[in-house]
Design a protein around this ligand. Structure first.
Ligand SMILES: [Zn+2]
Length: 58
């Protein structure tokens, strides 16, 4: 099963999209994306929960 995340669902205006084989792989990519694209040095538990809520089966 594939999972998808559109960063724009959590961060209005961001067009980044992720599609991976598991939620964990998406979260790993999002941590890098958040740092490089949004200047988020550390993704905390609240942000992880918000991101997780936007990950959907493809
Ligand atoms: Zn983004």
């Amino acid at each position: 099963m594939k999972f998808k995340l559109a960063c724009g669902d959590a961060v209005p205006g961001c067009s980044a999209r992720f599609e991976e084989d598991s939620r964990e792989l998406i979260l790993a990519q999002v941590v890098v994306h958040a740092r490089e694209a949004h200047g988020v040095a550390e993704v905390g538990p609240d942000m992880l929960a918000a991101i997780g809520a936007n990950i959907h089966p493809a």
